[in-house]
Design a binder for this molecule. Sequence first.
Ligand SMILES: Nc1ncnc2c1ncn2[C@@H]1O[C@H](COP(=O)(O)OP(=O)(O)OP(=O)(O)O)[C@@H](O)[C@H]1O
Ligand SMILES: [Mg+2]
Length: 276
Amino acid sequence: MSGTTNPYQNDRGNKDASITRKGGEGDMVPSPGTGQAMNTANAFLIGDTMTGGYGNGPDILHDCTIAVNPGEIAVIVGPNGAGKSTAMKAVFGMLNVRQGSVRLDGEDITNLTPQARVAKGMGFVPQTSNIFASLTVEENLEMGAFIRKGDIQDTMDQVYTLFPILKEKRHQAAGELSGGQRQQVAVGRALMTKPKVLMLDEPTAGVSPIVMDELFDRIIEVSRTGIPILMVEQNARQALEIADKGYVLVQGRNAHTGTGKDLLADAQVRRSFLGG
Ligand SMILES: Nc1ncnc2c1ncn2[C@@H]1O[C@H](COP(=O)(O)OP(=O)(O)OP(=O)(O)O)[C@@H](O)[C@H]1O
Ligand SMILES: [Mg+2]
């Protein structure tokens, strides 16, 4: 991102004037109950005040904003059915965004197909059906690289370094692996596209606390390679502990936004979403 120009000045569809202040950095007004203003002006990837739903159905998202800054981990939490996956799908181009926009590294990509977004550097691991169960681990990784030209071996080696168990099991059908290992396959498959940003929808769903900790460690490792991570988590407390930014969504709206630390310390967030 260059110089003093604000790449988000042309914020088509953005009705919240507080987000982009004329001539300055945009600050997102802090959500109720949080201390800190949320600056989204420097976001690497942002779904900005998105409103929309599935097909011609009712709106599920209402002015919903989720974003991740360069080098950071942003976490989206909230009750079941809050619209977390829907917000992720909207950012990935799988939803009709009726108002608002999606921007990647300053470029408006609201109208691009998911495939075009992958080509632009977005990696997405959906909540369900994120691996080919009947293919081997290695075939899954190869499928991940389908959009790439040239040699993929280096990237595969990197994935195997990150997740050594996948190398060991590379000739096994992915469907035979444990839950945590299948999630590693899914993340590995997304990494095979060499993404500039990674979106993960509940990467630790259904795994034991120990495996969850391991997956979080690997996710932090990925983020340290310079890939910003936008992820949904149902393990809210643990996820907010590793989050630079946190978004609590309720009924398709931003209910609380802050640093992970702020949200963990916020009495209302603790009471309503973290079990006290
Ligand atoms: N494909 C779909 N078509 C129509 N409505 C859908 C579809 N997927 C989800 N919804 C609806 O959108 C709303 C939000 O669902 P969503 O899956 O985004 O919630 P979530 O926060 O990800 O929940 P969970 O924690 O259970 O994963 C729900 O009312 C759900 O019924
Ligand atoms: Mg979901």
